[in-house]
Design a protein around this ligand. Sequence first.
Ligand code: HEM
Length: 213
Amino acid sequence: MLIGFVIVHLIGNLQFFAGPKLINEYGTKLRHLPFGLLWVMRLGLLGVAVAHIATTILLIKENRAAKGRGYARSSSVQSKIATRLMALSGIILLSYIVFHLLHFTTHTVSPQFAGWKDGEDHDVYRMLVFGFSNVGISLFYIVAMVLLAMHLSHGAASLFQTLGIRTKKMAFILGVGAQVLAWVVCAGYISIPVAVLLGKYDRSHVERAEQAR
Ligand code: HEM
């Protein structure tokens, strides 16, 4: 479900390249979904994220208990490095998500976003341009997306293993598939801050919005 969210969120965000109208209408539609559906989705996502963290902690504990103190040296140095990176990338990603929510959802980082409107719509486009014009913030997003790709590639491969799909025959294809998925998602997300930093956005929209203040 988390992998699904990351893909759907990316598709929504890529509407940035279609211009302000589409992404702003999309943002407004999401915020005004009927029957409190937005909150159902938010709480569902939060539940899945908490379950992901909780089961990971349990798994680490179980693994440690199963290993006991028997090993003076581990034979699988490679998997140890990957596991360590999973924990580190997971913790950094969690901090990234907290920052991201404070940035674009609650507008705590830039309170002016709350009042930015494009007609009746919430001006997501202007918010993205303003947010990513800050080089530090863009770099933080880019680093977080690379970590996301690392986390996702290992996570997707492990998912196939858990589901029992990763037979000896399929291992190579699924491994490559997981890598391709992770790095395509990473490139998609990174393309937005990069486009803003290169000035590849609708300047007239942003200028009009600033004059209308
Ligand atoms: C360059 C990358 C990204 C951009 C441009 C972006 C953009 C946005 C925007 C504009 C919103 C606020 C929508 C609104 O309230 O109008 C948002 C919300 C959110 N984003 Fe992202 N996002 C990015 C990456 C990610 C990633 C990698 C994750 C998760 C791993 C993520 C998770 C979320 C979540 C959980 C929300 C809150 C949704 C809600 O309102 O409940 N985002 N994002």
